[in-house]
Design a protein around this ligand. Structure first.
Ligand code: PLP
Length: 403
């Protein structure tokens, strides 16, 4: 008898760790060294854990081996409340859920919200966990276009066009993965105005809120639209470079009296998974309240900024490649001019690059981008390594075409 996967998985894909990674692992097993530019995993590129976070985790490991509160350690939730309070966002410890990374909380938030056939507006390109989580929850991800010509800003008219009576939520990823776009206050106002007019729950993924270049400012959605029910997602993985510790939070802001049933659903799901990883929760207050070493990395002269610059400069030197300069996050999402490159299947292109150059990137359609004319590269390797990698990608692309 064949054991088949559930039909619930029919539309669920997560290409960042999909067939391309399987091919990379096969090549590694055969003795090749692969440069993995597919995941935003700072530790893999020599970014250290901030020492005070490490100390807290090590200290707590000795006693934090029991289950904890399903919503999270009270001291950690208090720190999250205070963190938002300084941004002008009012909430209480009851509004915070800690999770094993933002990933777990996104899936829980969608499970608690959606009935079969409900629609969620998700950006294209997106961080594909959003589309996958909506699908797994029985919903339909309806993609609204972000416009490369306007520095990847959301196309507001496209959002309006795609709203139906089944639309329940609007997802905002700011700063954006994969494009690196950071939205102005006016853009957040326009997006939330649409949500206000159509009674949509706003889901704001702000995991890169501290990874900002060139003096851009991040505007938390919940601060711009305090009258709306906003689910804000953030965590330690990126700004504190501890992705493997699996620590994130969800903050429910706005008029909770309209959302008692939803909140009860979230709490049931939090209770069902008992609690999130406990030792790292003892480091959340230290992380949020301590020295923000991320600033040293993104300011001029900082490693992340230099790497963003190196990636942008070298990518845009490849004939036929253009790229909107990322203003935040850890990625670049360049465009391959279809007049120059004949690519029908961008996943195949990425596999061909992997086999030829032993460099792993992710194809644009893996981010629910509709055309096979983009790819994403992480800007985490040291500048010289990035320059070398991009040069090799350029050499590969030179003359590459699919028939
Ligand atoms: N949201 C976005 C936009 C991301 O890019 C990522 C990870 O790359 C996540 C969420 C997941 O983060 P976590 O490590 O907290 O699960």
């Amino acid at each position: 008898m064949q054991v088949l996967q559930s039909t619930k998985l029919a539309n669920v894909c997560y290409e960042i760790r999909g067939p391309v990674l399987e091919e990379a692992m096969r090549l590694e097993a055969a003795g090749h060294r692969i440069l993995r530019l597919n995941t935003g995993n700072p530790a893999a590129f020599g970014f250290e854990c901030p020492p005070e976070i490490l100390e807290d985790v090590l200290r707590s490991v000795h006693h934090a081996h029991g289950y904890g509160d399903a919503k999270g350690l009270l001291a950690a939730r208090r720190a999250v409340v205070q963190h938002y309070q300084t941004q002008g966002i009012q909430l209480s410890v009851e509004d915070i859920y800690l999770g094993n990374g933002v990933s777990e909380l996104i899936q829980m938030a969608m499970q608690a919200l959606l009935d079969d056939g409900d629609e969620v507006l998700v950006p294209a390109p997106d961080y594909p966990l959003w589309t996958a989580s909506v699908s797994l929850s029985g919903g339909t991800a309806v993609h609204y276009r972000c416009d490369e010509q306007s520095d990847w800003m959301p196309d507001l008219a496209d959002i309006e066009r795609k709203i139906t009576d089944r639309t329940k939520a609007l997802v905002i990823i700011n700063p954006n993965n994969p494009t690196g776009a950071v939205y102005s206050r006016e853009m957040i106002e326009s997006l939330t105005e649409i949500a206000r007019r159509h009674n949509l729950v706003v889901c704001s993924d702000e995991i890169y809120d501290k990874i900002l270049y060139d003096d851009v400012v991040h505007h938390p959605t919940a601060a711009v639209a305090p009258d709306l029910l906003t689910l804000t997602f953030n965590g330690l993985s990126k700004s504190y470079r501890v992705a493997g510790y699996r620590s994130g939070w969800l903050a429910i802001c706005g008029p909770k009296s309209h959302a008692e049933s939803y909140i009860e659903g979230m709490t049931i799901l939090a209770n069902m998974r008992l609690c999130a990883n406990m030792p790292v929760q003892h480091a959340v207050a230290t992380a949020l309240g301590g020295y923000q070493s991320i600033n040293d990395l993104v300011l001029p002269g900082g490693r992340l900024k230099e790497q963003r610059d190196a990636a942008y400069e070298t990518l845009t030197q490849i004939p036929g490649v253009t790229c909107v300069k990322p203003k935040g996050a850890l990625y670049a999402f360049p465009r391959l001019d279809p007049k120059v490159f004949k690519i029908k299947d961008d996943r195949q292109m990425v596999i061909d690059l992997l086999r030829a150059e032993k460099i792993m990137i992710v194809h644009g359609t893996g981010f629910n981008w509709p055309e096979p004319d983009h790819f994403r590269i992480v800007t985490l390797p040291a500048p010289d390594d990035l320059r070398d990698a991009v040069e090799r990608i350029g050499n590969f692309l030179d003359g590459y075409s699919q028939h």
